[in-house]
Design a protein around this ligand. Structure first.
Ligand code: PEP
Length: 251
């Protein structure tokens, strides 16, 4: 049985005041979430403060990105060991905004995945196609290529304890959501691809859906067999909506 995971990607949003009220709001309603693991991924600078605000509440911490290097002359980067130092359990790698705005390749994403694991972080590997790629009918090729970069570097077993987030790029921040069946089809493809290499990895890995998941559409997405949770952008900035998604994962 895979524990559902609902992760909030706050992106470059917030202030000291707003992250404080966001965490207080989530903590106040956490009792309604019985099954899912709830994760927040604040901007780097707020992570230590958010760790303090979380205290012993059942909210895990993640980072939105991580360096592929351990330490040294990499101005502006944040090492995986620094993230574990301040209480992070997870690190997102290969978010589509990193890939498209900052030109991060499949191979670079795979090296971040490897560095995160080496430091004891659980990587959340984002994969997903652009709208034109879906229209060309190459969604599975794109997702397979993105997964293969990690499998080639780290081996399929590395994915067993990791998290994969399927995020169709055309659904991120657009208000357009993949239908439950569209999402399930890609999730089943991902699990099937892994199962062809190692069925125990395929059974274990959690595959999240991301792309305009919200309080209104979460239940039907989370009801699909291969959708094990959500990576949430906009709706994770509102405690009531984020909690409603967590509650939709109750079993
Ligand atoms: C994301 O950025 O990972 C995301 C899914 O954003 P949104 O929920 O806003 O589409």
């Amino acid at each position: 049985m895979r524990q559902p995971l609902v992760a909030g990607n706050w992106k470059m949003n917030g202030s000291l005041d707003s992250v404080t009220s966001l965490i207080e709001g989530i903590k106040a309603g956490l009792g309604s979430v019985t099954t899912a693991e709830m994760v927040v991924c604040p901007p780097y600078v707020y992570i230590p403060g958010v760790a303090g605000l979380i205290g012993d509440a059942a909210i895990s911490l993640g980072a939105q990105d991580v360096s592929d290097q351990e330490s040294g002359a990499y101005t502006g980067e944040v090492a995986p060991g620094m993230l574990t130092d301040v209480g992070c359990k997870y690190a997102i790698v290969g978010h589509s905004e990193r890939r498209s705005i900052y030109g991060e390749s499949d191979e670079f994403t795979a090296s971040k995945f490897a560095a995160a694991r080496k430091a004891g972080l659980v990587p959340i590997l984002c994969v997903g196609e652009q709208l034109e790629e879906r229209e060309q009918g190459i969604t599975e090729d794109v997702v397979a290529r993105q997964l293969d970069a990690v499998i080639n570097l780290e081996g399929v077993a590395a994915l067993a304890d990791a998290v994969i987030a399927y995020e169709p790029v055309w659904a991120i921040g657009t208000g357009k959501t993949a239908t439950p069946q569209q999402a399930q089809d890609v999730h089943a493809f991902i699990r099937g691809k892994l199962a062809a290499l190692d069925s125990s990895v395929a059974d274990k890995v959690r595959i999240l859906y991301g792309g305009s998941m919200n309080a209104g559409n979460a239940a039907e997405l989370l009801a699909m067999a291969d959708i094990d949770g959500g990576l949430i952008g906009g709706a994770s900035l509102k405690p009531a909506d984020f909690l409603a998604i967590g509650t939709a994962a109750n079993s």
